[in-house]
Each structure stands twice: as structure tokens, then as C-alpha cells.
Design a protein around this ligand. Sequence first.
Ligand code: SF4
Ligand code: FES
Length: 238
Amino acid sequence: MWAELRDLRENIDFGTPPRSGTEVTITVDGVAVKVPSGSSVMLAAAKAGKNVPKLCATDTLEPFGSCRVCLVEIEGRRGYPASCTTLVEEGMAVTTQSDKLQALRKGVLELYLSDFPEQDIEGGWSEFHNTLQQCGVSSHPYEKGDHHQDAPVDESNPYFLFDPAKCIVCSRCVRACEEIQGTFALTISARGFESEVAAGPNHSFFESECVSCGACVQTCPTQALVEKSLFEGGYQRG
Ligand code: SF4
Ligand code: FES
């Protein structure tokens, strides 16, 4: 299972799962692309070779639309819809790059960075870091306020650990547990700043319903959930 999940990670991620409706044609940054109806704008963009930055979307899970990094412009529509939860329509004209989109994505990513371990920003390796690079964001302008950087690491599972300091609450692990494994071991508890990944009420991962399938670890974009075997001599932030 772990090896299969690692292989999956190497493949191109179209952002949302494939659909099988009748084909529609849209343009993405002027490039025409045909995709089945029911597909997301994000998937169409990826097929057109225009990868929209994303965090909460991945093509092994149904779209969720929580991170607001994947915003695009659509001709004739107001605002900046999330490309992962917006479905294609015949003749749609999508723009994935503009000064306004860049500014919006930068603002969102800077907020995530403001509550991420300082020492793990530079030189880090994860999907989150790739997205930061894609959007040209490497720092944030905020003073140190309320944060999750002192939250204890859950190392109770023999195979992986959970570091809440790196969690951006994208819910990919929760959805992977439900949609891929069908286990429902994880949930997001509380709301707003207090929201966090919980492996059952007051349970560590080891004490939870978790069957150690690895689906949550494979999908986590920040390595908040990460294999222990990657850290010889024990895990340390930074
Ligand atoms: S542990 Fe990872 S996948 Fe789960 S919510 Fe946090 S960042 Fe997202
Ligand atoms: S990737 Fe679309 S909202 Fe997160």
C-alpha cells in the first residue's frame, strides 16, 4: 500500500477526479481544450498545460474548495471563482494568470505561512512549498500573533507522525480517510482558529480507528502527516 501511494504521488495531479460526460470545449489562457462535462476548470486548465496553484485539491479526492489558492477569472462572471469547484461550460474563457490573481493568491499563502514553522519555510520540500514557489511567495509580513507552533507532535502511530504546527487544515487527510479508505477515523474539530485535525475525540492516532493505510500521509500537502522512516534519529521541526 505504501509503495503504491508513493507511485501515485509521482504522477501528474489534475486537481480533481476525471469525469465521463459529453465533451465541451473551453479556452484556458487562450488555449482551447476539450474535457468531459462535469470536469472542473482546474482539470481543464491542467489538460491545457496551465497548472493552477492549489492546496486543498488533488485528483484522487472530490473537490472541497477551502484553501482559495486556485482562484481564476472567467469571462462574463464576477469575482474570482475557485477553479477546483467550478465546472466547465461550453465556450467558457478562463484566465489563470493576472496581477489581481497573483495578489489574491499571495495574500492567502502569506496567511498560511504566518502560522508555519519559520525554520521549515526555506528549503522545505512538500506540495505546499511547490505552491509557494509557483506563486513566488517565500515570506509573510505579519508579526507573531496567535499560532499553533507549540502544539505537541503526535508520534503515537508506529509508521507516521502528525505535526499540527505544519497543518493548514485543508481536510485532505480527512477526505482521504473517508473516500479512499472508507474508515472515517479523522475529523476536523472546532472552528476557525481552533480548528484542527482530530483522530477521534481526545484520541491519539494510535488509539483511534486509524488502520495505518497511509492514505492521509500520501495526500497531506504540507507533510504535517509524514512517514517516520524519513527522519533517522527522530523528528524535529526544522
Ligand atoms: S494534516 Fe495535512 S492533509 Fe490533514 S488537514 Fe493538515 S495539512 Fe491538510
Ligand atoms: S485548491 Fe481550490 S480552493 Fe483549494
